[in-house]
Structure formats: C-alpha cells, structure tokens
Design a protein around this ligand. Sequence first.
Ligand code: MLT
Length: 403
Amino acid sequence: MITRNPGLSNLKAGYLFPEIGRRRREFAAAHPEAKIISLGIGNTTEPLTPHIDGGLVEGARRLGTLAGYSGYGDEQGLTALRERIAAVFYATCTVAADEVFVSDGAKCDIGRLQLLFGRDAKVAVQDPSYPVYVDGSVLVGAAGAWQGTGYAGISYLPCVAANDYFPDLAALPANGLFYFCSPNNPTGAVATRAQLTALVEAARRLGTVIIFDAAYAEYIKDPALPKSIFEIHGARSCAIEVNSFSKPIGFTGVRLGWTVVPKELTYASGETVWADWNRICTTVFNGASNVAQYGGLAALEPAGIAEMRGLIDFYLGNAALIREALKTLGISCIGGANAPYVWAQFPGRTSWDVFTEILEKCHVVTTPGSGFGPAGESFVRFSSFGHRADVVEACRRLVEKLR
Ligand code: MLT
C-alpha cells in the first residue's frame, strides 16, 4: 500500500486553532449554560462595510450578464487590482504592479512559498510565531526531526521582553528563509524602522530571504513605524512580502490577499525568484475569485479606504479595552496599540493552564502562547476581533473572576 507522506507524519499534534476549538466544544458540552465568548482565533466579526460589500455585489451581478461574465482570469490577478494595490499600499516605496500577485490569502500564499523554496531550504522563524511557518515547513520536509521542543532543521529566534521582541540577528542562518511578522502575530509587537533596517542588512549580508508577513500592517497607527519591508532600503533584493485583505476589511471568509516578489530578488544562480513564483502561481493556483477581486477594488477606492480605517479603529478600540482590563488586574502585556493582538504574561504558569482557567472561570476563549512556539510558554494571546458588547462583557468577567 502507499506509504504516508513523512511530511505529514512529522507534524506534531493538531493545528493550534482546531485544538482550541475542540477544547471549547468539550467545555460547552459539559456546561451548556455557559455563554462562551471567543477572544481566541483572530477571526473578524463585523459585517462587511457598505461600499466594499457593494463592490462584491456588483462583481457578482456582472457575472450574470453576457457582457460582464468572465471565467478563468489571469492567475496573477486583475491588472487593475494589482495596480491599485501597488499604488495604495506601496505609495512610499518602489513596487511595480507586475510584482504584485493577487491570491486567496496570506496563509495560502505562505504554503505556496514553501513549495517554491522546497525541502532543502534552511528555515528560521521568530519564536513565538504564526504556526503556518513551522507546520508548512514540516509538510514540505524542510523542518528535520522533532526534538522535544522544536524541529532540528528550524532555527527558532526568541522574541521576548528581554530583547524587545526583536530577534538576535547574529543567530540568523545564512542562505535560508526567515519568516518575520510585523505587526507580530501573536505578540502584537511592531518592528521599528531601525530594527527592520538591521534585519535587511543582515539578510543581504547572509544571503537569506525574508518572508515578511504584513497581514496586520494596516493596524499600524504610529506614522514612524513601517508598514512594509519595502520601505527599507535594500529590501528589494532580499525580501518577499505577503499580505491580506482578511484583517483590514473582514475578508476572512471572502478570501483575498497578495504577495509581492521584487524582480531584484535572485537565487545564487542569478535566476529571478519572480519567474519561479509566476510559474508556481500559474501551475497550482487558478487566481483569486473574480468576485472577491471586485470587492478588493472597491476597498481601495477612497470610500473603501475610509471604511477600512473605520473598521480597524473599531477593533483597536476593542484591543484598548482588553489592555485596560489586564492593567486593572496587574497582568503585564504588550501589543494592542498598533496591532489587534494583546500578549499577556502569567509568570510561572503554563499557557494551557491559564487558557483553561480563563475558559472555566470567565467562559472566555484565548489562545495559549505555547502554541506559537517554545518562547510563548506562560503567555496567552487575546484577540480583539469581537463584537463590542462581547468584548466589554469578556473584560468585565476577566476583571471580576481573575482578581
Ligand atoms: C490567528 O488567530 O492567529 C489567525 O487569525 C489565524 C489565521 O489568520 O489564519
């Protein structure tokens, strides 16, 4: 019989969020009276805003007409959307429209990027980090053997309070891939211009490619903080950026994102990564939904941009309430100011223990920090994606029950 793909048998446990869902369902079954509030997975909750929703509706309607119908489109996305992404999100840096590849989301693109670099790529991640970087590397066989707290083939670069949540770049491996997320999931830390400049300099010196995950970039309010790695001089020859419409406009279910691959980025052989990415996208991807892309176009018109800012301010308002509740409890936390996640520390406790206590006492779901890597132990992550009344109620319960 066929043997199991070792990339799959090498994965540890289940993917983090389904495991949290399982524990939540188990608790709900045992306590049917509990009104559980989720501040766990970063899943958007607010309805699509009118102008953006109008773009989707219009996109769907046009498919019902002879003149407006379109079947397969370009795998790289609608030219108008690629141009608008380049103009709106990369106004202060150099990104050409044909370097923007529209997709069905950042998570899916991260999976395809792992296919691009393959099993021989040396991989480094921030610790803690979004689980897809590690689990995706395991799937393609790039992670090596499990060694108790991590994979032998992956370099885990701790990002903790002692180093201001920015990794020690001396530990960055040469000629590999480094997944870097800012604003960070899960810590909510945002890298400064000086930190990103140091990162780009190190990557160029070492021949390492930065996979810059900017899925939360629009949550940055402080104008001094870079939203894109391409705001940093030299990044075009060492970085790829993945981004998403999920968190800024609530397209978590609609599915739309993009990846920027600059043409200056080359392999040791001198061939461009851009050409291979184009090949991958045209081979195992058929382009993002045309309806979703019309929604994306509407989001990047002035009315859509204003709605996007309003939605982000709403979720940041939730984050401020969560921070305030934790402050009242004397729990030390970071994030939530230019990011939708609040990262709270419970010294001397395990993350799953704190997760269980908060679920049992407050009926609030969080995300255990250890699920993001060894350095996440003793932390839990609070997501600010929730209805306002639910977040207010969750904060009230936290303050009352954890005091
Ligand atoms: C998270 O909660 O970390 C993310 O929302 C999950 C995702 O975006 O896939």
